[in-house]
Design a protein around this ligand. Structure first.
Ligand code: PGA
Length: 247
């Protein structure tokens, strides 16, 4: 199954998310019926229930953009992943670089979120990626290892688990610049190797994210072992998103 995860971030207010889903209901439903392709829409928390209601009877799946690193308790402003599971979310993005950067969340917190998501039967989409100054296979590997290690150690004792890892080079997000296929291939090999070494029972599906659009999707699909895309900007325009999924 190849995943197309639309990360709408905070780009559309409530009324626009609703009209986007209503206006493109048939189109999104048709995309979700394509063989071996899965559509996951990730609106903000406030839009999750309305979007779940709209797509309740079809194969379009809904994910959250973040969740709390805690189970429950006095954490004002936080949303628990068990609540996300109860309303019907099947995926949750964890550790997006914007969350790491603007809200200073740590790798330890990401590890906690991944574990809690799995306990609630929500598939975590863990985002990892290097800054521009770490561009280069060796420096990128170092940056990725720091992000992956606590999560993998947290999963060490699990008999089995499936997680999605979205490799998103930070310098590629929203810039229109994408890495070479060979570069991503090497990074993917490193991610697999790190996972196998630290948490061998965990199955990893690798996604790519960063400036995926209708013009470069064909090229980006050539990344070996790729199982999906995390799409920001281009997912806000249904025609572009449709083209990405169809190509
Ligand atoms: P982009 O965003 O497709 O606009 O680069 C990707 C992301 O931030 O997940």
């Amino acid at each position: 199954m190849f995943l197309y995860v639309a990360n709408w971030k905070m780009n559309m207010p409530f009324d626009r998310v609703k009209s986007f889903c209503e206006d493109n209901y048939d189109g999104l439903k048709d995309l979700s019926k394509l063989p071996d392709k899965k559509i996951v829409l990730c609106p903000s928390f406030t839009e999750l229930i309305p979007v779940l209601d709209i797509f309740g009877n079809c194969d379009v799946e809904i994910g959250a953009q973040n969740c709390s690193a805690y189970i429950s308790g006095a954490y004002t402003g936080q949303v628990s992943v068990s609540s996300l599971a109860q309303i019907g979310c099947t995926y949750c993005i964890v550790g997006h670089s914007e969350v790491r950067e603007y809200f200073l969340e740590s790798n330890g917190q990401m590890a906690q979120k991944v574990l809690l998501a799995l306990e609630s039967k929500v598939i975590p989409i863990l985002c990892v990626g290097e800054h521009k100054e770490d561009y280069g296979i060796d420096t990128a590997k170092e940056a990725l290892f720091k992000q992956m290690e606590p999560v993998c150690v947290g999963l060490q004792d699990r008999k089995e688990a499936s997680v999605c890892i979205a490799y998103e080079p930070i310098w590629s997000i929203g810039t229109g610049v994408t890495p070479e296929i060979e570069y991503v291939e090497k990074i993917f090999q490193f991610i697999f190797k790190t996972g196998k070494k630290i948490c061998p029972n965990v199955e990893m599906a690798l996604l790519y994210g960063g400036s995926v659009n209708e013009n470069n999707v064909k090229k980006m699909k050539c990344i070996p072992n790729l199982e999906g895309f995390l799409i920001g900007g281009a997912s806000l325009d249904f025609k572009k998103f449709e083209k990405i999924v169809q190509l």
